[in-house]
Design a protein around this ligand. Structure first.
Ligand code: URA
Length: 234
């Protein structure tokens, strides 16, 4: 039973499902190339080596190192942020600065450790001075993210912050309009949460972030029940 049908079940159960204009590429309107064909024998070692040696865009000249991602290779949860910051660029790991500490606490609040999820970013290299990613940079990293998703096969994607959400969902809608709904990326449900760096600056929004996390938890639970029922019918 394919994920499209599972998403239809989610919708039928009253969960608002938003589908982006295209499910196979990230923001082609922003000048991005089509998704590259993913080799059936793709594996983590090949992919990580390709990312480490990537020279597809100018960020390779300013990075200290690439930040590939970290966590469990068969995780149910794929957590996607924007891009490495200074700490991440120095350590080669995602979300290790103050925002990372808060993200770790947010995950813990819903019973997840960093080792149970897989954490990565839209961009694998730090943009200078933490500026927003440029369209060509997103386009060049697109295939890496899609290959990570293919290898992990997560049950849910947590899009952390506006840039990750807008990029994955191919929209320029504000984050406030994207939260509280189930979207999809390559047929995987996507739930949008506030970026921990933003929450550190706007403490009152923490309550909304908690609601977003509970919503994500509810989504994966319902999806699990639906999957069980569908698998039982096969
Ligand atoms: N912000 C992000 O979006 N990603 C990181 O890895 C660190 C900070």
């Amino acid at each position: 039973m394919d994920n499209t049908l599972r998403l239809q079940y989610l919708e039928a159960m009253g969960i608002d499902v938003w589908l982006p204009r295209t499910l196979n590429t990230i923001a082609p309107d922003a000048g991005q190339p089509h998704a590259e064909a993913i080799a059936v024998d793709d594996n983590w070692e090949t992919l990580q080596a390709e990312v480490a040696n990537c020279t597809r865009c100018a960020l390779c000249t300013t990075r200290t190192q690439t930040v590939f991602g970290s966590g469990y290779h068969q995780a149910d949860w794929l957590v996607i942020g924007e891009a490495p910051g200074q700490n991440e660029d120095e350590q080669g790991l995602p979300f290790v600065g103050n925002a990372g500490l808060l993200l770790t606490e947010m995950l813990r609040a819903i019973g997840l450790s960093r080792e149970q999820v897989y954490i990565t970013n839209i961009l694998k290299c730090r943009p200078p001075n933490n500026r927003d990613p440029h369209a060509d940079e997103v386009a060049n990293c697109n295939a890496y993210l899609q290959r990570q998703q293919q290898l992990i096969k997560p049950k849910i994607i947590l899009a952390v912050g506006r840039i990750a959400a807008q990029t994955l969902l191919n929209t320029d809608a504000p984050l406030g309009k994207l939260r509280g709904k189930v979207h999809a990326f390559n047929n995987t449900p996507v739930v949008v949460v506030y970026h921990p760096a933003y929450l550190l600056r706007s403490l009152p929004e923490k309550r909304k972030a908690w609601q977003d996390l509970l919503f994500a938890l509810q989504t994966i639970k319902i999806k699990g029940k639906i999957d069980e029922r569908i698998d039982g019918q096969n």
